[in-house]
Design a protein around this ligand. Structure first.
Ligand SMILES: [Cu+2]
Length: 436
């Protein structure tokens, strides 16, 4: 297609764009209105006063009457209230259209100014607009706005996303994170001041000629060697920190409280090792309705193993978690302790850590009386992934002991009876076989 033809279809394109944007917006507002009236609070504020209109088909499905549902956060079959997610929702298409419209708007301004300049040229007047100056000012504005944006995101969003760790090794990770953040922030700010600052300070001018400076060995050496040293330090720091977290000496392993967490779609099964601090062996072939984990009860170590409905840990005591999975890969994540490792079917992974703050202390520190540590799955593992979590509570040693004493054994009377029956049946089969 020739360029001239392309220019002819431009106005048509603009018109279509505006129509598409205008056309899509009422549908969005309708969708957010209907979700608001359908929300669990049942508040009918805005639409009650509005004139009754035939609703346009909302882009977001609100077929589920959420007034009839109670959101318990429990089972996966309960749909999430639409109001929580979609009241402010606009699709990516909406923003793309908005961006294109903004570009068209800028192009129109550019054209108008061009016409103004051409008219001036025809009338023999010199151009009054100094584009170089305008661009340099825009660079200056971009620098200040950008630096303010960095400051804002560090102070507002940084405070939300980076929290102080409540475990021993977590403090080391925090230190590493801070060192990296400080170094990269300094480099980021200096290079951007140079980049935008020079463009602002030295705009193009007829009176000045750029100095051609192709090479400087000393400079090359500085900006190669300095980053190489800094990166080496960061990588080695990471390497030794990771080793210290994952390679725990054997006597320290034995001194830690032993427990096991097994992931499955979509929950965590928690097993405490009991008085002997040793977990009984498991075999996936033994998994049945009564033996969810496939514990081998022939192994005496399993007799005192305890079932935990949640994770309860004593403060300042190392705990060694054996992590596994019954079906697919999950990921064991406790954000406050900076603990994360994959839960892999068919192999055990381990994480040893020491909590340093009880739940009560953390609540006080955060000034949030309802705050709880939580174990999450950090691998998107299916439709119920979002709900694959378990409460983690850190208490004093005495409280922990009292709690553990109350937890039920895996090796309970029912299991014992079933094992006895299985044994009797096997003996009977054996005698029948011998008599034949
Ligand atoms: Cu999962």
């Amino acid at each position: 297609m020739g360029l001239k033809k392309l220019f002819k279809i431009k106005p048509i394109f603009t018109l279509l764009l505006i129509c598409a944007l205008g056309g899509s917006y009422p549908a969005f507002s309708q969708a957010s209105d209907s979700t608001r009236t359908n929300s669990i609070t049942g508040a009918v504020k805005d639409s009650a006063t509005a004139a009754p209109v035939t609703p346009a088909k909302p882009l977001i499905s609100t077929d589920v009457d959420t007034t009839q549902l109670s959101w318990t956060g429990g089972g996966i079959e309960v749909p999430k209230p639409a109001a929580e997610t979609s009241a402010e929702y606009k699709s990516a298409g909406y923003y793309v259209l908005l961006f294109l419209l903004f570009c068209v708007f800028l192009a129109i301004i550019g054209r108008v100014l061009r016409v103004y300049e051409l008219t001036n040229g025809i009338q023999g007047k010199a151009s009054k607009i100094n584009w170089n100056k305008i661009q340099s000012i825009l660079f200056g504005i971009a620098l200040i706005a950008g630096l303010y944006g960095v400051y804002w995101s560090y102070t507002v969003q940084g405070a939300m996303s980076v929290t102080e760790s409540a475990s021993v090794h977590g403090k080391r990770l925090d230190f590493m994170f801070n060192v990296t953040l400080i170094i990269t922030t300094i480099v980021f700010i200096l290079t951007h001041i140079a980049l935008f600052g020079f463009a602002f300070r030295y705009p193009g001018s007829d009176k000045r000629k750029a100095y051609f400076y192709p090479h400087n060995n000393a400079l090359e050496r500085v900006w190669t060697i300095v980053p190489a040293i800094v990166l080496t330090v960061l990588v080695l720091l990471g390497f030794f920190t990771w080793r210290s977290i994952t390679n725990v000496p054997e006597e320290e392993q034995r001194g830690a409280i032993s427990m096991e967490v097994t992931g499955e779609q979509f929950k965590w099964n928690i097993r405490y090792a009991g008085d002997d601090n040793q977990l009984g062996v498991k075999n996936y072939k033994l998994i049945n309705a009564n033996n969810n984990l496939g514990i081998d009860f022939k192994d005496r170590k399993s007799w005192d193993d305890k079932l935990g409905g949640e994770i309860m840990l004593p403060v300042n005591r190392p705990v060694r978690v054996t992590i596994g999975s019954k079906d697919i890969i999950h990921s064991f994540l406790i954000p406050d302790f900076k603990v994360q490792i994959n839960a892999v079917p068919g192999m055990a992974t381990y994480f040893q850590f020491t909590p340093t703050m009880t739940t009560a202390q953390m609540r006080e520190k955060r000034q949030d009386p309802a705050y709880d540590y939580v174990l999450l799955c950090n691998k998107i593992c299916g439709e119920g992934h979002y709900n694959m979590q378990a409460k983690v509570t850190v208490v004093t040693e005495e409280e922990y002991k009292a709690w553990l004493a109350k937890q039920p054994l895996f090796y309970n009377d029912e299991v014992k009876q079933q094992l006895r029956m299985a044994e009797q049946k096997a003996a009977k089969d054996n005698t029948i076989a011998l008599n034949k």
